[in-house]
Write a protein that binds this ligand. Structure first.
Ligand SMILES: [Zn+2]
Length: 87
């Protein structure tokens, strides 16, 4: 059997972000919809102030991760390469 090595045989995908490429507008839409859901849930849950803050904090952390995973900064909404936030 003869094997040929072809170094130009690269994967066809130019960008391979998990879940496909996501733009800042899609991220902000997801953010707003998630924010509304979380607020409704906080109102309905009858939690203490401390619990609410804890949940809102955890939610914000998840949002920050979602933005970062898509290549955007949560604080300034810029791409990570253009972000100047001290994170
Ligand atoms: Zn930033």
């Amino acid at each position: 059997m003869r094997t040929t090595t072809n170094k130009l045989a690269l994967p066809a995908e130019p960008t391979s972000a998990p879940g496909g490429p996501v733009g800042i507008f899609e991220l902000l839409r997801a953010y707003n919809s998630s924010l509304e859901t979380m607020r409704l849930w906080l109102d309905a849950a009858g939690l203490s102030e401390v619990e609410r803050i804890g949940i809102a904090d955890a939610w914000q952390g998840e949002m920050r991760e979602m933005f970062r995973a898509s290549g955007y900064c949560f604080s300034c909404n810029r791409t990570l390469s253009r972000c100047r936030c001290a994170d």
